[in-house]
Design a protein around this ligand. Structure first.
Ligand code: F6P
Length: 528
């Protein structure tokens, strides 16, 4: 296609949302009108499914749950007045709590103000708060947010060490929808211990964000934690940024959560339109479907040209991959669906993996996120008449063009500024696009059975460890791995046992491995 035809295509397909000042350009995805027509029946069904979902249908059949993240930013849409009221009240409680913490009306026992927050949570209970903090927190927030989003002991130590002089003024948010995920539970126990080590009573610093009556909720209630906020059964972890999961940390950092909700609501209104060309989420879903042949054959590379948005790709990774990455479709057919997502930021990545994007395996489509406002205030001229922002803008256009010339397609989302409204809108845009795409490919976007398999396997390894160590304690002399496995009733699991013991040995926790380390089956093991 020549330059004039491309310019025409750009204008034909350009979507603009006036209220949000958001543009979506899918002109560099090479679909044609016949393709769009061929998808119309699937889109009609997707829009109908979505309308039912918003009315409270059981849109997550496997877990027999409603899917209601859209109600969080428009409580009047909730299917019952009770739910509407609950959403409204929770938001008011969050704002009141944040205000009291910021003004010092709620303060720690030994300080006049809370200065820091440790947020403990994983997956959807971390990625949204992390993305939003990076995108929107002021340079000097009223409370500084630190994350424990893993089970890495060294990572936990690092956070606690950084805060060792301010633990007495550090609030702890424990965020877990289920209230039973091992990682946040373990993180909480470690942090609790650190507080005890500083003679601080954990309950006076701790806030739980979890489902009512979960194990975490019960613990927080029994121990009299500072506050508890509800997470709802009908909100999935990966779409929970606009629930207490995301709003509590955001409000505490002084982020305008109402503006974030308003931006999401405006985008929800725009993505409810059942006309593909005038619905930005449908345009995204259409582009993904075309790019990956409806089978996820191409990865989604997300490139925000703005440092504060660099966590967007990580956030989208869970939203897209946990939602779409499914073995079976809704009819039980094996389909192995999904779209792989990765990315970081431009133009940084220009000097890293963009080389491969331009010339290597053509297994992706790019999504550029462009921000029109360079910075607040005037810019220095780097060259006559040229600012750093001009360079960044030029790098984006240049990369988009260079990729297209080499048959690598791309989408460009443009926002006027990074602010709570546009960030809320971006989240809502992708939530809806994922929901619509899931309908196009007929998968349940709202469950995650694959994650459960990994969780179960991990639990069985820990169970094996307990059994093996119990056997080892009774042994008087060193024993071979085979024998130990036999005695533990786990002859088939020698490799797992070897790995368990090697790990415990490396941490000098009462297990000694002897022999040729390069030949694991030559090793003997004893308790020290
Ligand atoms: O908030 P929870 O229940 O601790 O779960 C954390 C994460 O774990 C998952 O359930 C599965 O990994 C995610 O979907 C979720 O975001």
């Amino acid at each position: 296609m020549d330059a004039r035809a491309l310019w025409q295509r750009y204008q034909n397909w350009l979507y603009f949302h006036e209220g949000l000042g958001l543009y979506l350009d899918i002109s560099r995805i090479r679909f044609d009108d016949a393709f769009v027509d061929s998808l119309r029946p699937k889109f009609d069904k997707a829009f109908a499914d979505m309308a039912q979902l918003e009315k409270g249908a059981i849109a997550n059949p496997d877990e027999n749950r409603m899917v209601g993240h859209y109600w969080l930013r428009n409580p009047d849409l909730a299917p019952t007045p009770e739910l509407t009221q609950e959403i409204v009240q929770t938001l008011e409680q969050i704002e009141a709590f944040a205000e009291k913490v910021q003004t010092g009306a709620i303060h720690p026992p030994r300080a006049s103000r809370f200065t820091d927050i440790i947020s403990i949570g994983i997956g959807g209970s971390a990625l949204g708060p992390q993305f939003v903090a990076e995108a929107l927190a002021p340079d000097f927030p009223p409370l500084k947010l630190h994350f424990i989003d893993n089970n890495d002991p060294a990572g936990i130590d690092r956070v606690i060490n950084h805060l060792r002089n301010s633990l007495a003024s550090t609030l702890v948010l424990v965020i877990s929808k289920s209230g039973g995920t091992p990682e946040p539970r373990n993180g909480m126990i470690e942090v609790k211990k650190a507080y005890a080590g500083h003679n601080l009573e954990f309950a006076q610093y701790a806030v739980a964000i979890t489902s009512v009556d979960s194990n975490l909720d019960k613990l927080a209630k029994d121990e009299g934690w500072l506050a508890r906020f509800p997470m709802y059964d009908w909100v999935g972890g990966r779409t929970s940024e606009m629930s207490a999961v995301g709003l509590v940390p955001a409000a505490l950092q002084g982020i305008d959560v109402r503006a974030m909700l308003d931006g999401a609501k405006e985008m929800d209104d725009a993505t409810r339109v059942s006309d593909v060309k005038n619905n930005p989420a449908a345009l995204l879903a259409l582009s993904w479907y075309f790019a990956g042949n409806g089978k996820g054959e191409k990865d989604m590379v997300v490139l925000p040209y703005k440092d504060s948005l660099f966590l967007f790709s990580r956030y989208l990774q869970q939203l897209v991959m946990e939602s779409l990455g499914k073995e079976k479709d809704l009819d039980g057919n094996v389909v192995h669906q999904g779209i792989a997502v990765y990315g970081n930021k431009g133009s940084t990545d220009q000097h890293a993996y963009v080389q491969q994007l331009r010339e290597g395996v053509a297994n992706f489509f790019a999504t550029f996120i462009e921000v029109l406002e360079d910075r607040q205030g005037p810019s220095t001229e780097i060259d006559p008449g040229v600012t750093s922002g001009d360079y960044l803008s030029g790098f984006l256009q240049g990369t988009r063009q260079a990729l297209y010339e080499n048959h690598r397609d791309s989408i460009t989302v443009t926002i006027p500024q990074v602010n709570p409204r546009t960030v809320g809108a971006l989240i809502a845009l992708y939530e809806r696009a994922v929901g619509l795409y899931a309908s196009l490919v007929n998968v349940n976007a709202y469950h995650q059975p694959g994650v459960e398999a990994g969780k179960k396997a991990a639990a069985s390894i820990l169970d094996l460890q307990t059994r093996v160590l119990a056997v080892l304690q009774k042994e008087k002399a060193p024993i071979s791995l085979d024998e130990l496995a036999k005695k533990a009733g786990a002859s088939e699991q020698v490799e797992a046992i070897y790995k368990i013991l090697r790990h415990i040995h490396a941490n000098q926790r009462g297990v000694v491995l002897q022999g040729d380390l390069q030949k694991p089956d030559s090793l003997t093991v004893s308790a020290s």
